[in-house]
Every structure is written in structure tokens, then in C-alpha cells.
Design a protein around this ligand. Sequence first.
Ligand code: TMP
Length: 207
Amino acid sequence: MMEKGIFITFEGIDGCGKSTQFNRVSEYFKTLGKKFIVVREPGGTAVGEKIREILLDKKNDSMTSLAELLLYEAARAQITEEVIKPALEEGTSVLCDRFFDSTSAYQGYARGLGSELTDTLNKIATAGIKPDITFLLDLDSQTAYDRRHVRGEAEDRLEALGNSFQDKVRAGYLECAKADDRIKVIDASATPDEIFEEIKKWLCEIL
Ligand code: TMP
């Protein structure tokens, strides 16, 4: 039987340095000659990218938390079925920028919808597929905010909710990590090189 691909996800609050590490791991996979794809959530499919636009558009400030949750799950159902599941089954590894832990932290915890609901919907949307390992880049909200501003990025709908929302998201992520040792908490206040070394150490254990 063909060996399945490895499923790796990256998580953290907005501005935690996730994308930098995501790109570095992707470069590392290239040097190892691994068969892999990179995807992001929400998005990664034609349908998912359209849903992403709705979710991040600041004009949609009347969106309810439940509508928000269901849109994230809709995008997830699409990318799971269309991209992630087939890739893993044919032995291609998948590096994913955010996956269902984002929903647990942002909608379940920070929005207050509760983990019972988000766990149930996460399972439905992913058909039970779970990452093999998840890197949670843990950072305080002020440092993350400063990093986003140095980059001069325009705020999206969730970033516009401010630091107190990001604090809740962070707490939500740490709760998730306590409950599942698949999630590796990485101190994201370290330098990019130090963070990458730590990620590499974990990768060597599973590759
Ligand atoms: P990004 O900026 O990392 O691409 O993520 C888009 C935003 O969507 C970010 O603020 C986190 C948020 N998000 C959720 O609230 N729930 C989710 O399930 C996902 C995947 C992202």
C-alpha cells in the first residue's frame, strides 16, 4: 500500500510570524526532495478563495459569529475534499497555513461559540482528517500588533477587532494545546532562525 503523506499545520494569532516559518518549512521540504503541496485556510480552492474574501472584508461587519463559523467550515469542507484528502492519499505531504485549530481558537473560544459546537463542525468539515503535527507560534498580542504595523499591512475584519480579541484567541490556542500533544507550542518571540531550528527538531522526529 502507498504510504500516506504527512499533514502539517501552522497556527497562531495574526502577526505571530507564522507565514515566515511556513515559507521556511516549505523551502526545507524542497531541499529534502519531498513531494508536497502548500495550502492556506480559508482559501486554497476557487470556492474557498471567494469565501475568504467575504470573511476578511471589513464591510461585512454585520456578520454573526455563527455565520462566520459556518463560512470557515464551508471553505474547510471544500479544501479537504478537493485538495487535502486526495494529496495525502496519494502520498503527497500537505503544509497548511491554518486549519481547524483556528476555528477552535477564534470562533469556539474568542467568539464564545464553545468547543462542543466547533469540535462537531470541525469533524464534519474535515471528514475526521487531523494534522500529524501542528506548530502553534505563541506570541503576545502587542508584539504581534507591532509586527503587523511594521509591515504596513491593512487590517482585515478579524484583525480590526483589536488586541483584546487576539488575547482571547491566544488563550484559546493554549487551551487546545493543553488538550492535544499533536500541537507543539513554539515561543514566537524568539528570532526567526531560533524558531525554525525548533520546528526542524520536531520535523526530524516525524519525517
Ligand atoms: P490569515 O490572515 O492567516 O490568512 O487568516 C485569515 C483570518 O481568518 C485570520 O484572522 C484568522 C481567521 N480565521 C478564523 O477566524 N477561523 C478559522 O477557522 C480560520 C482558518 C481563520
